[in-house]
Write a protein that binds this ligand. Structure first.
Ligand code: HSE
Length: 431
């Protein structure tokens, strides 16, 4: 910049996909970043494992495998944590703040599990703690919720926030392929990890909705508060029925502000094809927000990988501007309310139930009567031939019913002699 403004110096923790992309963006867009940040931003050091040091040095970049080199460097203003996972990332982040350094992170695990502690540490040490990249990758959603939408009374946040599962469900829908086939394909393309549990079991999405719900409803929601169900039981038959009935199958992260507290869950849904989120396909993510006065808004884009640097560098620029203005902690903890978490049994949805039944007269009547006796009202019923001889499949879609009532209804159906098996039960989300 050529004037007396303080050059802001970064200590990067990690140089993997996101870290590598952050380095490139800082280099490639240096001119506009310096103008927008109103000073130059310099990478002072990068923490990597021993075997990665030479590669960075060959590229003309600073590198160390000792975190103390960053922690004890008084010139480093911002620690940018891009390692992921809880250990040692959480410790490193806390220590950085205790040393008076601002922190920018993409780490959903630490924010979802230890958000309260991290915000307290940031406040105690009068530093910024920003994490735009922790949810939705490159998609702007944290700052829009905290700032641009802060005049709204938000009632609902729905997200497709896991690219791996969205890719898998999209492929199952497009190709009619089964779960194992699309999982292998997702792994070969590098979308799904060798151990895909966090994605396919819904834990990754749960961390993200815990963060979004905390901000949207101003009340701390932790990862443990989220009811979670993954996509492992979804079959090509479910996908086919969904399509015939006017739905797509998605792994949905749900946050709703209800009279009984914050309703927060992750599970597969039959999502109406009319819903704006229904057209979010492949590895892309989107977050749909309902509130007063905005009504509805959707934020859509790349949820992982290199583009995530967009969000990380934006946070770095925000902190840098704060440093110039000597203004710290503008975006601290917003959880001022202590709302309850709505018990999952009390949450209400429509449901799709697919069951294998004996193919004989009167079965449909018995199923309908059993559901009626359990106070479950039906919206639609389909009966088709099953692959098994002398059997049929019955598919029902119910009107909205509490989760505890649908569980009781399922138990009652299972006790019917004509019902061989409840093949699947999936929530339905309409527009
Ligand atoms: N594993 C995540 C996904 C990306 O598939 O979307 C990191 O949050």
């Amino acid at each position: 910049m050529g004037d007396s403004r303080k050059i802001v110096k970064l200590g990067l923790l990690g140089a993997g996909t996101i870290g590598g992309s952050v380095i490139k963006v800082l280099q490639r867009n240096k001119d506009i970043i310096s103008r927008r940040a109103e000073t130059d931003i310099e990478i002072k050091n990068i923490l990597v494992r021993d075997f990665e040091i030479q590669k960075l040095k060959d590229a003309g970049l600073p590198a160390t495998s000792n975190y103390d080199d960053i922690l004890n460097d008084p010139e480093i203003d911002i620690v940018v944590e891009l390692m992921g996972g809880i250990n040692p990332a959480k410790d490193f982040v806390i220590k950085a703040m205790e040393h008076g350094k601002h922190v920018v992170t993409a780490n959903k695990d630490v924010v979802a599990q230890f958000g309260h502690e991290l915000f307290d540490t940031a406040a105690e040490n009068k530093v910024d703690f920003l994490f735009e990249a922790a949810v939705g990758g490159a998609i702007p959603i944290i700052m829009p919720l905290k700032r641009c939408l802060t005049a709204n009374r938000i009632t609902e946040v729905l997200g497709i926030v896991n690219g791996t599962t969205n890719y898998m469900l999209t492929k199952m829908s497009e190709d009619g392929a089964d779960y194992d086939t699309v999982l292998k394909e997702a792994q070969s393309k590098g979308y799904a990890e060798a151990n895909p549990a966090a994605d396919v079991e819904g834990k990754d999405a749960a961390r993200k909705i815990a963060i979004l719900a905390s901000i949207a409803f101003n009340s701390r929601v932790k990862f443990e508060d989220v009811s979670i169900e993954g996509i492992t039981k979804i079959t090509p038959s479910d996908i086919r029925y969904a399509n015939e009935l006017g739905y797509v199958v998605k792994l949905l992260a749900v946050g709703k502000d209800s009279d009984l507290g914050v309703d927060v869950r992750v599970h597969p849904v039959f999502l109406s094809k009319e819903h704006p989120l229904a057209s979010v396909n492949g590895v892309l993510n989107a977050i749909f927000v309902k509130g007063d006065p905005i009504d509805e808004a959707m934020f859509y884009g790349p949820g992982a990988g290199g583009p995530t640097a967009s969000a990380v560098v934006a946070d770095i620029i925000e902190v840098t501007k704060g440093i110039q203005l000597e203004s710290r902690g503008r975006f601290g903890c917003t959880c001022y309310a202590g709302k309850n978490i709505c018990p999952i049994e009390e949450t209400a949805s429509s449901y799709y139930i697919r069951m294998l039944v004996d193919d004989e007269p009167g079965v449909l009547g018995k199923v309908a009567t059993t559901l009626g006796n359990a106070n479950v009202s039906l919206k639609s019923v389909v009966q088709t031939n099953a692959e098994r001889e002398n059997h049929a499949e019955i598919v029902v879609v119910t009107h909205a019913v509490k989760h505890k009532n649908i569980l009781a209804a399922r138990d009652a159906l299972q006790k019917l002699e004509v019902v061989d098996e409840i093949l699947n039960m999936i929530r339905v989300e309409s527009v």
